[in-house]
Write a new protein. Structure first.
Length: 506
């Protein structure tokens, strides 16, 4: 694979947690495997006053704490860090950007970047417009010489109106092709494997429709609380933090039609069609199809953990959901009448993200079964942890009669003879460097997601609907199974892909 062109990476918010925990280790991994340009420079921009050496010390410490593998020898790390420099700015003063432009031009000459610049905004989203405008006024947005790519972290707006406002402000200065709205979930190997599993296997794709699938279930569970992000989370909640971006993108990949090619726009066009086909939900239907919860204090492994309203930075009377379960439909020929279910929450028993395809039972089920769920075949696509695929099917239980029980066939990524699975940010940074926007949010896709959820947000603004409490360390409100109905329940996953059960992690 050829390396990308020589280029500069300018990171705003460079002393923040994201850079230390995710971006720097991912850049080091790219550097170690030879996927980074031969000549590159990284300029960190932050509010703190510090020298280049001070910034390198912060990055060095982040690499020690957050690198998933053992660090290479000190010579290799120091050579990597030698490409880093720092520029202090309050990020709202246009005068600072003149100095930043001069530094960029100097570093450009040093590494022969040829005007190829990536600007990564790892800042609060309320700074996106100002930083972009100042960069453009400093002459750093024009692509007359080299490329100029802008990476924006989520959230991209907090509702449809704020999305329109932010998008309009960026489009004043940038083309859509310059904008990379990053979603680290799409950088996971197992998310990308959804496309390969579906479209490279003749045994799956013919069954991937309303004729054979009973319902689709997506779970994204976290075993931690809001940690030190109470202030942010209380303004976001589970829907903004997880559903609008990560999980609706996964819905798109799971249910899209085959793209005409692996071209970025071909894939994203099909995802857009899915989101535009989501059955509209009226405000009056919200309570019937959406269930909200908040975790309450509990004892987990002998340690008392606080409830959500007791967390630092959280309003003691907060109505922000830390758990959300929802039911919806995709109104097109492939999926007409098939219910989709999403469940996400904090302080659940285990950290896990997976997709479950529940196939219909045979038209006439001949055999005895104690649990109706055992008459269903299902396919589990595990995104994290213990990444892999699990296929559940019926067999005869040994002994007299025809008693049915489930058997498993499973594949685990850990079984492959590979050194490691690349980090999500590692893949996404490499794609930005190459100019591949496949795994980045396009404005019309994000708009379609916000449009679908707007009635829900409007209903919640009126403070309609209940918010159910659930003890930390459990699988959410007790009545969450009622959303699925038909005597069925959610799948209760364990860390191990092949195991399951409501209490397996408790």
């Amino acid at each position: 694979m050829s390396k990308p062109f020589n280029q500069l990476l300018v990171i705003f918010g460079a002393t923040g947690d994201l850079v230390r925990r995710k971006l720097a280790p991912s850049l080091l991994a790219l550097y170690r495997n030879g996927s980074i340009p031969e000549k590159f420079e990284v300029i960190g921009v932050g509010r703190k006053k510090m020298s280049d050496d001070g910034f390198r010390s912060i990055i060095r410490e982040g690499l020690k704490l957050n690198n998933e593998n053992s660090l290479p020898d000190n010579i290799a790390v120091e050579d990597f860090l030698s490409h880093f420099s720092y520029f202090s700015s309050n990020m709202t003063d246009s005068k600072d950007f003149v100095g930043l432009r001069d530094l960029i031009q100097k570093k450009d000459r040093d590494c022969e970047a040829g005007g190829n610049y990536i600007f990564y905004l790892a800042t609060p989203s309320n700074l996106y417009s100002d930083i972009t405008e100042h960069l453009c006024h400093a002459g750093l947005c024009s692509e007359e010489k080299g490329f100029r790519r802008f990476v924006y972290e989520k959230p991209f707006g907090y509702d449809l109106e704020s999305f329109y406002k932010l998008n309009k402000s960026l489009k004043k200065f940038l083309k859509e092709s310059q904008i990379y709205r990053i979603d680290h979930y799409l950088g996971k190997e197992t998310v990308q494997n959804i496309l390969v599993t579906r479209f490279s296997n003749g045994i799956f794709e013919p069954l991937w429709n309303r004729n054979y699938i009973h319902h689709v279930e997506i779970t994204a569970a976290e075993d931690v609380g809001v940690e030190n992000r109470g202030g942010y989370y209380d303004n976001a909640g589970a829907m903004r933090d997880m559903v609008q971006n990560h999980l609706l993108q996964i819905v798109g990949l799971t249910s899209m039609e085959p793209p005409s090619s692996l071209n970025a726009d071909a894939i994203r066009n099909e995802i857009l069609k899915v989101l535009q086909s989501l059955r509209p939900i009226s405000e009056d239907e919200v309570e019937k199809n959406f269930l909200r919860g908040q975790y309450t204090s509990a004892i987990i492994n002998g340690i008392k953990v606080p409830g959500y309203r007791e967390e630092p930075g959280v309003n003691p009377e907060s109505r922000t959901e830390t758990y959300l379960a929802m039911k919806f439909y995709i109104d097109n020929w492939r999926w007409g009448g098939v219910p989709f279910f999403i469940r996400t929450g904090k302080r659940l028993p285990v950290r896990v993200t997976e997709i479950v395809i529940h196939f219909k039972s045979t038209p006439h089920f001949l055999f005895h079964v104690d649990d109706p769920g055992k008459s269903f075949n299902s396919m589990v696509i595990r995104i994290q942890p213990d990444e892999g695929i699990l296929l559940k099917f019926c067999i005869k239980k040994p002994g007299p009669g025809f008693i049915v029980e489930n058997a498993d066939m499973d594949f685990h990524y850990s079984e492959l003879e590979i050194e490691r699975i690349p980090l999500p940010y590692e893949r996404l940074l490499a794609d930005v460097m190459k100019g591949d926007s496949t795994l980045f949010g396009r404005s019309d896709i994000i708009e379609a997601a916000w449009k679908f959820l707007e009635p829900v947000q409007n209903a919640w603004k009126r403070k309609t609907g209940k918010i159910y409490g659930y003890p930390a360390g459990t699988w959410g409100p007790e009545n969450a199974d009622n959303l699925i109905g038909e005597g069925l329940t959610w799948r209760y996953p364990c860390k191990n892909l092949s195991k399951g059960g409501k209490y397996c992690e408790l």
